[in-house]
Design a binder for this molecule. Structure first.
Ligand SMILES: [Zn+2]
Length: 152
């Protein structure tokens, strides 16, 4: 059999294309798993595992697979670890809440400084009023052009 060179080249090209089609999904599949779990996700996963282990241990004890001494020792260790994980999660949550409050304060501060004032002050609390304001943003007092006084 005598193959022309064109057929051989076409065969080689087809082989490369097929190899790429087969190989590409293998690389793709790796991509989503690249992100490592956050500390919070890791703790939540560990907590779930510990709870499951405690339930399995209870089941093993009820079905007499382990001695009462082993059961008590293992269970105490698991409960202690679960409590530690839960405390760590609570600390993380408190830190998240603190960070969120600080972010909100920073945002509010930014919008407050963005409001230009026209030199008027609230007759009730003395806060400077934004340009054209009809209500004091600080205390809610209604302000009209008659009742405003110049800020000092
Ligand atoms: Zn006011």
């Amino acid at each position: 059999m005598d193959f022309p060179i064109g057929t051989l080249l076409l065969g080689a090209a087809l082989f490369i294309v097929l190899a790429l089609i087969i190989a590409l999904p293998l690389f793709d599949r790796k991509t989503p798993a690249v992100r490592p779990p956050t500390r919070r996700e890791a703790l939540e996963a560990e907590h779930q595992t510990l709870i499951r282990n405690i339930r399995e241990l209870d089941f093993d004890f009820r079905t007499h697979k382990i001695s009462e001494a082993d059961y008590r020792t293992l269970r105490a260790a698991l409960v202690q670890r679960a409590a530690e994980v839960l405390r760590a999660l609570k600390t993380l949550e408190e830190r998240d809440v603190d960070a969120e409050i600080e972010a909100q304060v920073a945002k509010l501060r930014k919008t407050t400084t963005l409001l230009a004032t026209d030199g008027r002050a609230c007759p009730s609390c003395g806060a400077s009023l934004p340009t054209g304001a009809r209500f004091c943003p600080s205390c809610g007092q209604a302000v009209s052009s008659e009742s405003v006084q110049q800020a000092t």
